[in-house]
Design a protein around this ligand. Sequence first.
Ligand code: ZN
Ligand code: ZN
Length: 839
Amino acid sequence: MDPNYDPQQIEAKWQQRWERERLFEAEADPGRKKYYVLEMLPYPSGDIHMGHVRNYSIGDAVARYRRMKGYNVLHPIGWDAFGLPAENAAITHQRHPSEFTFAYIERMRGQLKRLGVSYDWRREIATCVPEYYRWNQWFFLKMYERGLAYRKKSRVNWCPKCETVLANEQVVDGCCWRHEDTPVVERELEQWFLKTTAYAGQLLDDMKDLVRWPERVLTMQRNWIGRSTGTEVDFAIAELGEPVRVFTTRIDTIFGCSAVFLAPEHPVVEKLIARSKAPDKLRAEAERIRNSAVRARVTVELEKLGAPTGFSARNPFSGETVPVWLANIVLMEYGTGVVMAVPAHDKRDFEFCTVYGLPIRTVIVPEGGGERGGEDTAATKPTEAFTDYGVLVNSGRYSGLRSAEAIERMTRDAEAGGFGKGTIQFRLKDWGISRQRYWGTPIPMVYCPTDGIVPVPEKDLPVVLPPNVKLTGEGQSPLARVPEFVNTTCPKCAGPARRETDTMDTFVDSSWYFYRYTDNKIATAPINRDIVKYWFPVDQYIGGIEHAILHLIYMRFFTKVMRDIGLVDFPEPVARLFTQGMVIKDRAKMSKSKGNVVDPVEMCAQYGADTVRLYMLFAAPPEKDLDWNDAGIEGASRFLYRVYRLVARYADRVCGVPPWQAGGESERRLGPEERRLLRKAHQTLRHVTEDLEERWHFNTDVAVTMELANEITDLEAAIEEGKIRPQALKTGLDVLVLMLSVFVPHVADELWEGLGHAGSTLQEAWPPFDATLAAEEELEIPVQVNGKLRGRIRVAASAEEEEIRNRAQTEAAVRQHLDGRQVVKIIVVPRKLVSIVVK
Ligand SMILES: [Zn+2]
Ligand SMILES: [Zn+2]
């Protein structure tokens, strides 16, 4: 074989051959065990970046390993092709977003192919084509039928200059991203929602089965969904003739309530304004507090804003009346949008009430903390909230109870008295999917003056995006300015009607894309049930930790809905999840503005794809951030040159030689150097195999493979002297190349061919490791006591002197000669003898 390693030539050659031989194509085959490897699909932004390369290098190592282990492996890729960046580019350049999107897909597809990842490209999908997004619309209709899609007024970020809705990420320091001097305000708009909250309990409970998901992701999801058990209780507002309903997890603290806090957008606020003595002032306060909430979302520390309404409410337990305030610390989306302020026992309430001078009253004391209670005097005034459970004081007939007991009894009493009940609340909100954007899936609904909201019938799907649209970035949804789109007929009465002009959040597209890969052509349904049944669940999903909540919750939600409409018969789509770390440089995220971007395309041109992939796997444990280092990629490159030369040097000598057969006569005939070579090969194989199964320390796998190559290099003299015969050498080199093939497939296939094998490494079985060969060499060492042979010990050839000394003294045959005598000295002659002197 060619003694010189030419990565560009080799990689082109093998990529063509793989494609010609359709090596990466997989079909459902119930007779074979399957393995579905999935990497998060990229957004077509124009160029792949190092984060992608890392993600796909990990996925490809796993896919290749599983193929060699005999699995039928599905390894697809596609494009998350709708979204704001293409729309923004379209606004700037006055061209259609699809032009950018498809050009970028084309370009990135070429870049991915240059990496040589083992994708079945026939399964490629792009979410922006009607053949795909019609099924988003279909899912939406199914959810609407089930009450899981609904419309309600909701707050949005609004730029008064653009006159448009902004996504949270377009709000920069509380201002519009395009108008840095214009503070973003909140507006109420009718929006479409998907009822994720209907599945909140299941999303939490089913986590018990996600045993192969990172604990960190599960914790983030648990907190995001945020189940809390508590009590709802009514506080009557006399002037209103109706109560407001408070939610609390600590009903035991209710005697310490100093005020009732309302979210500024709570519906009851309008009623209070109507009855207020100073309605204009109250309205202005509500507006001010509500708008502060926008900025609060993008700043770390929330400035606590509140205002008294002039009304008061009656505490149903103590009978006391307390003032009703508006407060920006209360979220309408959580609980009931009303809380009772108990400053002595809640940190946030404490800070708020301190700022506004509301009374602070202790009603819980630590167990064994005495009977102190009542209005705090200057001397007893607490300096911080006591938030633990304890014993109730100053709480009427409940005083003296422990918190847990009080919560139970007070909840029961509220239910019996008809002014409250026990309840479970979730922090999770319903998923607002309306976007006033063009480049997304049109929501398939129609507004009829007679029939109201009417869904588009299934047979009329897809509702296609009109191609001719002027994108300005200003005003309401771009679709609203396309009369031929907006004006339609009502599916019910056939009279004139208007189409919904909002499009769907692109997270809808990515909530089920991995099902579509299994049959991306089916036109009669979103998925092919039988084929899905074979491939699912996804055996291994790989992506960034930044998707721990939104995407990885939405995809679980979608699967549960799909199960409930009878499309699938399992509750969870992904059996095992891996979240890889970021690729950074100079300890900072790679970004154009910092000028620290390393371009994968350039690196492939300079070093070859194998080197880039090897470096991605070797430079850091896969779950940790990888700090790019130019010396590191140089090192990876040097290693591949070295391995190539090593194998090329002996390729002719071992070509056509049958591999060494384990066991029996041939094993006994192995010389010591041959043993050393095969032992190292099988120890390495054991490490890499166990690791690819479970631990995924790719960096150590590469390191031990490098050690094996070094060992073979160390044995070159023995090879030249004929102490290592071609059969043994061949076996060592075969194992080395097969292990390398999952990390650096191109050069591995070239070497494999050089070693005289036909075809690709991917068509080979993963070699089983031989435990006998991998076992450490053992030595038998005689032990003398005062110059007389008294016994023999067996130790590993690599055993340390300390271990040999201990073994010698504890060996039964030796010990009887040591009993009751004092050991003066122990001499260890390496590999030969242990001599013990006693007196
Ligand atoms: Zn603006
Ligand atoms: Zn109608």
